[in-house]
Design a protein around this ligand. Structure first.
Ligand code: AMP
Ligand code: GLY
Length: 422
C-alpha cells in the first residue's frame, strides 16, 4: 500500500511513525509534513487544501490510501472531491465527506444532530443577527457562567465562557458583529457544564465502530490549568476516572447513538469521530464533535495501540471494520508538549533545536519543526511532544520530563504537571 498523510503537526508525525511500522506499508508520503515525519517517509511540499495538487500527486505515486490529519481539508470537502473524480474513486480516504465534517464545522449542526439522536449535551439556543434580541433575552435567563460559541471554525478560539450577564451580552454583540468573521454569524449559547473533560476517539464507517484508547488533554498554558488556552500542552492515556461502568455508559449513551445518527442520515463517513466529553457527576455529556484525531491526544493514543493501524484502515475502507482487531497495550502513556516562548501569543520561529536525537526511552514527536542545512529548527508554537510509556502515568511523565530537559532551544517552555488532576 502506498500511503499519503495530510498535515504537518504532532498528530501527523504520530500517524507516520505508526503507519511506517506496518508490513503493509510500501511507500509513505506526508504533505507537507515536518522535520519528524521525514524520519518515516518522504515529505512533499503540497498544501492539503489544494485538492488538484493532492490529486496529481496521488495519481503520480499510485497512492492507495489518504489519511487526512486536520479538519480543514475535510470541512472543505476533500473526501467528496475524491469520490467525484473518476480517477480517484479507488483511493481510500480516512476522513468523512463534507456533510459529516459539518459535525465539527458547525456547532449548531452538531447540536441539532445531538438533539435528534438523544446524545446528552448542554441545553442550548441558536441565534443570528436577525434573532439578536431573542439571544439577549436568552442570555438573561442563563445562570452564569455563560457559554457563547461561534458556530463555525475559529481556530479553537471561538468559545467564550463569561461570568456575568452584562459582559456576556456585550460579547454576544461583538461576536455577531464579526469578531470571528463568518464563523460567528451564528452563535450557540449553552448551559455551563461543571465536570472533568476527556476525549473519546471512535473509528467508524458510518455503521460499525471501534473505540480507541481514551485520553485527556491539558489545554491551558500554565500549570494547574491556568492562563490562556492553547492547542494542547500534554495528554495522558488511559484516564483513571473512566471506570468500566462509566465506559459502558459512554458507549451506550453517546457512541452508539452518534453512530446510529450517522447511519440514519446515510452519511458518507469513514473516519474518526473525536468526541470531546465532560463527566458531570456520573453522567457523560458531549461538549463537541471533531471529525479527526486530537492533538496531542494522538501522541498518547497511537503508542498504546499494539496492532497494525494500516490494516485497520484497510478494514475500514473495505467495510470490514467489525473484523478489525485493535489491541491495546496495558501501559500508560504521557506526553509533554515543548512550546516556543510566548506561545499561545506572539513567539519567534527558526530557533535551533538540539538534544532530540539521542533520546531512546521516549518517542519524540515533532509538531512545529522544519529542517534547514542539516539543522532542526522550531517552526511553530507547539514544537515537539515527548511521549513515554510506563506502568503508571506518573512514571511515564517522569521519563518525559527528564527527556524534555535534554532537548534545548531558545525560549523552550513546558508544563511539568500533565495529569495532575487525575
Ligand atoms: P469547544 O471548542 O467546544 O471544545 O470548547 C472549548 C472548551 O470550552 C472546552 O474544551 C471546554 O473546556 C469549554 N466548554 C465548552 N462548552 C462548555 C460547556 N457547555 N460547559 C463548560 N465548559 C465548556
Ligand atoms: N486536543 C484537542 C484537539 O485536538 O482539538
Amino acid at each position: 500500500m502506498n500511503v499519503l498523510i495530510l498535515g504537518n503537526g504532532g498528530r501527523e508525525h504520530a500517524f507516520a511513525w505508526k503507519i511506517s511500522q506496518s508490513p503493509k506499508c510500501s511507500q509513505l508520503f506526508i504533505a507537507p509534513g515536518n522535520a519528524g515525519t521525514k524520519l518515516h517517509g518522504e515529505n512533499v511540499p503540497i498544501d492539503p487544501l489544494h485538492f488538484n495538487q493532492v490529486k496529481d500527486f496521488c495519481l503520480e505515486k499510485k497512492i492507495n490510501i489518504v489519511i487526512v490529519g486536520p479538519e480543514a481539508p475535510l470541512v472543505a470537502g476533500i473526501t467528496d472531491y475524491f469520490r467525484n473524480e473518476k480517477e480517484l474513486r479507488n483511493i481510500h480516504i480516512v476522513g468523512p465527506a463534507q456533510e459529516g465534517a459539518t459535525l465539527e464545522g458547525s456547532k449548531a449542526f452538531a447540536k441539532e444532530f445531538m438533539a435528534e439522536f438523544n446524545v446528552p449535551t448542554a441545553a442550548y439556543g441558536e441565534f443570528t443577527a436577525e434573532t439578536k434580541d431573542e439571544g439577549i433575552e436568552f442570555i438573561k435567563k442563563q445562570t452564569p457562567p455563560i457559554v457563547l460559541k461561534a458556530d463555525g471554525l475559529a481556530g479553537g478560539k471561538g468559545v467564550l465562557i463569561i461570568d456575568n450577564h452584562q459582559d456576556a451580552t456585550i460579547a454576544f454583540g461583538e461576536m455577531l458583529d464579526g469578531q470571528f468573521g463568518k464563523a460567528s454569524s451564528t452563535i450557540v449559547i449553552e448551559d455551563f457544564l461543571d465536570g472533568i473533560e476527556f476525549s473519546v476517539f471512535v473509528l467508524t464507517d458510518g455503521k460499525d465502530f471501534k473505540v480507541l484508547p481514551i485520553a485527556k488533554d491539558y489545554k491551558r498554558i500554565g500549570e494547574r490549568d491556568t492562563g490562556l488556552n492553547t492547542g494542547g500542552m500534554g495528554a495522558v492515556s488511559p484516564v483513571p476516572f473512566i471506570t468500566d461502568a462509566f465506559y459502558q455508559k459512554v458507549i451506550k449513551k453517546v457512541v452508539e447513538p452518534t453512530v446510529r445518527g450517522l447511519e440514519a442520515r446515510a452519511m458518507d463517513y469513514k473516519g474518526f469521530v473525536f468526541i470531546g466529553m465532560i463527566k458531570v457527576g456520573e453522567e457523560p455529556f458531549v461538549i463537541e464533535y471533531n471529525v479527526r484525531m486530537g492533538d496531542p491526544e494522538t501522541e498518547v493514543v497511537l503508542p498504546r495501540i499494539k496492532s497494525d493501524l494500516l490494516q485497520t484502515f484497510i478494514d475500514l475502507s473495505e467495510g470490514k471494520l467489525n473484523n478489525a482487531n485493535i489491541d491495546i497495550k496495558e501501559e500508560a502513556a504521557s506526553t509533554i508538549m515543548l512550546v516556543s516562548g510566548g506561545y499561545p501569543e506572539n513567539y519567534e520561529k527558526g530557533k535551533t533545536i538540539t538534544g532530540h536525537l539521542g533520546i531512546e526511552d521516549s518517542i519524540v514527536f515533532h509538531a512545529g519543526t522544519t529542517e534547514k542545512e542539516g539543522k532542526t529548527l522550531t517552526n511553530g508554537g507547539r514544537v515537539m511532544a515527548i511521549t513515554s510509556l510506563a506502568e503508571s502515568k506518573e512514571e511515564a511523565l517522569e521519563i518525559s520530563k527528564r527527556n524534555a530537559e535534554k532537548i534545548k532551544f531558545d525560549g523552550k517552555y513546558f508544563r511539568r504537571d500533565i495529569g495532575f488532576d487525575l
